[in-house]
Design a protein around this ligand. Sequence first.
Ligand SMILES: [Zn+2]
Length: 317
Amino acid sequence: MKTSGVSDVSRRHFISASLGASAVMLAPRRLFAGETGIVPTMIQAASQAKIEVNRLRRNIAVLEGSGGNIAVLTGKDGKLFIDAGFAVSKPRISPALDSLSAEPITRLINTHWHVDHTDGNAWFQAEGAAITAHENTKKHLSTSTRVDDWSYTFPPAPPAALPATIFYDALSLRHNDTALALQYYGPAHTDSDISVVFEEADVIHVGDTWWNGFYPFIDYSTGGGIDGMIRATKRNLTVVTDKTIIIPGHGPVGNKTGLSEYYDMLVAIRSNVSRLKKQGKSLAETIGEKPTAAHDAKWGQFLMTPAIFTKLVYAGV
Ligand SMILES: [Zn+2]
């Protein structure tokens, strides 16, 4: 997806927009008027979106409406979060949190480095959250990072937004009488994706390895690929049961049946695109053959159109 004119908007500006309500009202208009592209579009959507609170099981809830889905674990040790959404959502996230419980914010885990999951890191850390993430999340946040398919270069995040604790393969935590298992996928949607399991509640956050109901974005610029997405989804299917609540990176909270359908879609489209590419067809010719057609009504109605998703698969087969 090639868009233009968005590459110089600073991550710091996004974070400064969280300083007060007036800044929140002004910043999107001032910074993004006339600009197109997925990053400003996502921020603009988040700046207006209502935050929906969805209580799941035990002391776990999910907040929807600020970029990626945010999981919250409440209890005596303070609130623990999986992902931080966009900073512009703070004025709506804070009251949503107050409606859940009175404890302070004490921990944040990032599922991967993307802005729609980490832009709120600085304000969460300022409120008292210790941030944990995969080593590559810290790496990408620490430096200027280009996402070609977003036509966007992110400047280094401020030190206050960086994870204080990093790991590579796996990490176990205990918080609010809950065992949490963090596990690296290997290259999937990016090279920084992790899953987080809430053991007793049988709830898993799978980050952006699953977009429930939509073709997923795959970030080849930072190590993602279609084969990694398929591998990650296969692993997700092996660790969940019919009773597991699955929190996707985007889209509604789901279950194993929905995840299986997503897996079948990924495998089928990969197969179609691979066959066409092996026949020597160019990207444009492959898109023209509509290799996603059988799935478009169900999966192709959001940001990732059939043509964009075909391009993302073509790049990896
Ligand atoms: Zn992502």
